[in-house]
Design a protein around this ligand. Structure first.
Ligand code: ATP
Length: 195
């Protein structure tokens, strides 16, 4: 039997982290599919345009997940330049040795995998786990044949960071969207136009 660990890697912009992410991680922990899960806020997610700096997104992620048995890593926010998953994989392998790394992605992301930097090299070393999100079909028509992936259904919550940012900017009620301690952090720093 292999003594390699199965390590789930959940990257994202987390701008901000919300209950959709927390719920997904809780379900993945309960599924016992992984020996470890590492959550990694992106430093410079070049396909997105974060509204707040990486340090704040990292801190909010830590605050939101502090009760869960997983690790939040600052590896990507510490790296200069555009955030590429291949660099992250190489850093993780240097830290943890040769393990079975599984990149966890939402169904909205799967269709853009082909545009990821050096996806062919990355896909030689990692597998993907695709989580179905509400209103987003798992459309794998553009996923290159060399990508190994499986799918999981976790009854994902219908929440996005876009919706949270809009609610904050409009002064709408945040109940059920983000943890209270994250809301307090956002208000204390005056992020996203929060009053
Ligand atoms: P935005 O609305 O700004 O595009 P987002 O809500 O998609 O943000 P990200 O931080 O970009 O949040 O997402 C990180 C990862 O989490 C992605 O793989 C995304 O598909 C996944 N994800 C985001 N929201 C959910 C959700 N409600 N349920 C399951 N997965 C989610």
């Amino acid at each position: 039997m292999s003594d390699r660990k199965r390590i789930g890697v959940f990257g994202g912009t987390f701008d901000p982290i919300h209950f959709g992410h927390v719920h997904l991680l809780t379900e993945l922990l309960n599924s016992k599919k992984f020996d470890d899960i590492i959550v990694i806020p992106a430093g410079d997610p070049w396909q997105k345009n974060p509204k707040v700096p990486g340090e704040y997104r990292f801190e909010m992620t830590q605050i939101a997940l502090k009760e869960l048995p997983l690790k939040v890593s600052d590896l990507e926010i510490k790296r200069n330049g555009p955030t590429y998953a291949l660099d992250t994989y190489q850093e993780l392998e240097a830290l943890y040795g040769e393990q079975d790394f599984v990149w966890i992605i939402g169904s909205d992301v799967v269709n853009s995998l082909s545009s990821w930097h050096e996806i062919e090299r990355l896909a030689q070393s990692v597998e993907f786990l695709v989580v179905k999100r509400p209103h987003s079909k798992v459309d794998v028509t553009n996923v290159p044949a060399f990508v190994k992936y499986s799918e999981i259904e976790v009854n994902a919550l219908d929440i996005s960071a876009t919706q949270v940012r809009n609610a904050l900017a409009n002064g709408d009620v945040l109940a059920g969207l983000i943890p209270d301690n994250v809301a307090q952090f956002i208000k204390s720093k005056g992020l996203y136009g929060a009053a």
